[in-house]
Design a protein around this ligand. Structure first.
Ligand code: FES
Length: 295
């Protein structure tokens, strides 16, 4: 089946390198404006284990859709104006979350994200002017600006859908791991063959895993190697001690997500989904691993 024209246009946006100066500027601004790691983690959605931007955008869109319905009902001007204003205010946390996510995307995703954000900023501008027009009694102009804003916000939403579902910015990129690993124990070879204190890559069947054999205790930690954020190779990352009590952690080389090697939990985003963690045991000098919930 042929790709429909709007999708072909968005596909072309992914490779539109002429957008890169804007992408670079927005990337720097995101890091400069939203600095503390705890705030970035909150806006990415680390505490709730899901990206925060998608649910936040429901608030302004819901308010604006409701205003559009009320604009068709005579005598609802006051309620409609309040909804338009509430929608504009509700874009502030949604923009902050989206802007934080933006800085940890692949270049192709960032190009689409820049156009997505531009459409949404245009919609916010139209709704802001609509609110001012309604407040000064020019309801006809206010309604026209709102309907224009709704159309542009729809375009922005379409691009957001492309980012989420076609380009997979946001989903858990390690979700397939339990479905690709057979239940039970799997040998990773002689434990003495593993280097100590450094990350190394092994495979359970066809699933790559990152292994750390600790120097101090000889404990061995094994996580899925494909980062849940955007599939970065964790074995190329760094061993860190990100938080007291968390034990050894691994930091992804691509965007700095940090996972506990003990539990697979996200210690710092942008990842929001934990990394699949394998149980380990040593039998006759050979390291064996098993993934809880595999199969
Ligand atoms: S791929 Fe982005 S942090 Fe790992």
């Amino acid at each position: 089946m042929k790709t429909v024209a709007p999708i072909a246009v968005i596909d072309a946006l992914e490779d539109a390198t002429w957008l890169d100066p804007v992408v670079d500027l927005e990337h720097k601004l995101s890091h400069a404006l939203i600095k503390p790691q705890w705030l970035r983690d909150l806006l990415h959605g680390v505490p709730q284990g899901h990206p925060l931007h998608p649910p936040l955008v429901q608030v302004p869109l819901g308010a604006w859709f409701s205003a559009a319905f009320l604009d068709l009902v005579p005598g609802s001007e006051d309620a409609s104006r309040r909804l338009v204003g509430a929608g504009v205010l509700a874009t502030v946390p949604a923009v902050a979350a989206g802007y934080t996510d933006f800085a940890a995307l692949h270049p192709q995703q960032m190009r689409v994200a820049v156009v997505h954000a531009s459409a949404n900023f245009t919609a916010v501008g139209l709704y802001s002017v609509s609110w001012l027009a309604r407040r000064s009694g020019r309801h006809g102009l206010g309604k026209a600006l709102s309907f224009a804003g709704l159309g542009i916000a729809g375009l922005g939403g379409f691009l957001g859908g492309h980012l989420s579902f076609r380009q997979a910015a946001g989903p858990n990129h390690a979700e397939d791991v339990p479905h690709r690993v057979e239940p039970g124990w799997h040998s990773l070879g002689p434990v003495d063959d593993l280097p100590t204190g450094t990350l190394t890559r092994r495979a359970v069947g066809e699933v790559p895993v990152v292994v750390l054999r600790q120097e101090s205790s000889d404990a061995v930690f094994v996580l899925a190697d494909t980062c849940s954020h955007l599939s970065g190779p964790l074995h190329e990352g760094e061993v860190t001690t990100a938080k007291p009590g968390e034990g050894p952690c691994v930091t992804c080389p691509w965007h700095g997500s940090t996972f506990s090697l003990r539990s697979g939990a996200v210690v710092n985003g942008p990842a929001t989904a934990p990394q699949p963690r394998f149980s380990t045991r040593v039998v006759d000098g050979r390291l064996e691993v098993s993934l809880p919930g595999a199969g």
